[in-house]
Write a protein that binds this ligand. Structure first.
Ligand SMILES: C[S@@+](CC[C@H](N)C(=O)[O-])C[C@H]1O[C@@H](n2cnc3c(N)ncnc32)[C@H](O)[C@@H]1O
Length: 251
């Protein structure tokens, strides 16, 4: 651990506060701030927390839904039990994980899906931003069939190319879509949260028969950064996920 890392963390008021209140992660305060501003979770709600490890958001969600509510957390990594929540280990992009979630909710619909999902960061901003955008879009697609009309959806996005594609896809599915950057996010971070409220009973006409992921790909294609086939790659292009970057594509 570097001296700088140690000093920054000692100074971090959210980390100290999280520790003193028994939250597993400082990120608990990001959800608390989202909740304070938008009241996305209500008493008695059924909530799914995607990318829940180590459990900070799940802890906050359990507090917010109260005794009559229900919280499921899912993550690739194993998460220590959170009292009042059910934890599933799985990849949200894998249909088997969706099956497991469906078994848990037994035909009920969720009132709220929250996601702080983040890929394992490589440190190359363009790469991390592209993968994160792809993941968040997949999370929206996973949430749609199990979320009640009128329900809310929150996901993390990193500022950068293509996020308008996800925002457009969300606007076709929710009556209110806003970006919000909690002050509990590190000041150096370019993360922001997409707050989607009031799921429409039906997707808007332009989105009928299309997933949010289809919409994102179309958007990226318009920007000329989507990759349809690896054979299209030129020598000076880098392929990252479904995107191509001219030049090194790295920062
Ligand atoms: C920033 S952490 C979440 C922190 C959490 N909100 C909290 O307060 O404790 C992001 C999580 O997303 C998870 N993740 C990344 N890709 C995933 C996937 N495909 N399916 C499920 N979880 C995933 C990671 O394992 C990681 O634990």
């Amino acid at each position: 651990m570097s001296k700088r890392w140690y000093q920054e963390n000692r100074r971090d008021p959210w980390r100290r506060q999280a520790k003193s209140k028994g939250y597993r992660a400082r990120s608990a305060y990001k959800l608390k701030q989202i909740q304070e501003k938008f009241e996305i979770i209500r008493k008695g709600d059924y909530v799914l927390d995607i990318g829940c490890h180590p459990g900070g958001w799940t802890q906050v969600a359990v507090e917010e839904v109260g005794e009559d509510g229900y919280v499921i957390g899912v993550d690739l990594l194993s998460t220590s039990p959170v009292e009042g929540a059910t934890i599933i280990i799985g990849d949200i992009t894998n249909p088997k994980t969706i099956e497991q979630i469906n078994e848990e909710i037994e035909g009920y619909y969720l009132n709220c899906v929250i996601s702080d999902i983040s890929p394992r960061l490589t440190g190359r901003y363009d790469t991390d931003q592209a993968i994160s955008l792809e993941l968040s879009t997949m999370v929206l697609d996973a949430a749609m069939p199990i979320l009640n009309p009128g329900g809310s959806f929150v996901t993390k996005i990193f500022q950068g190319v293509g996020i308008e594609g996800l925002i457009e896809a969300a606007k076709m599915r929710f009556s209110s879509v806003q970006r919000y950057a909690p002050t509990a996010s590190r000041s150096s971070s370019s993360e922001t949260y997409l707050i989607c409220r009031n799921k429409l009973p039906k997707v808007r006409k332009e989105a009928e028969g299309k997933t949010a992921y289809d919409h994102l790909k179309e958007h990226l294609k318009k920007l000329d950064i989507v990759v349809e086939g690896v054979e299209e790659k030129d020598d000076d292009e880098t392929i990252i996920g479904y995107r191509k970057y001219v030049g090194s594509g790295k920062k």
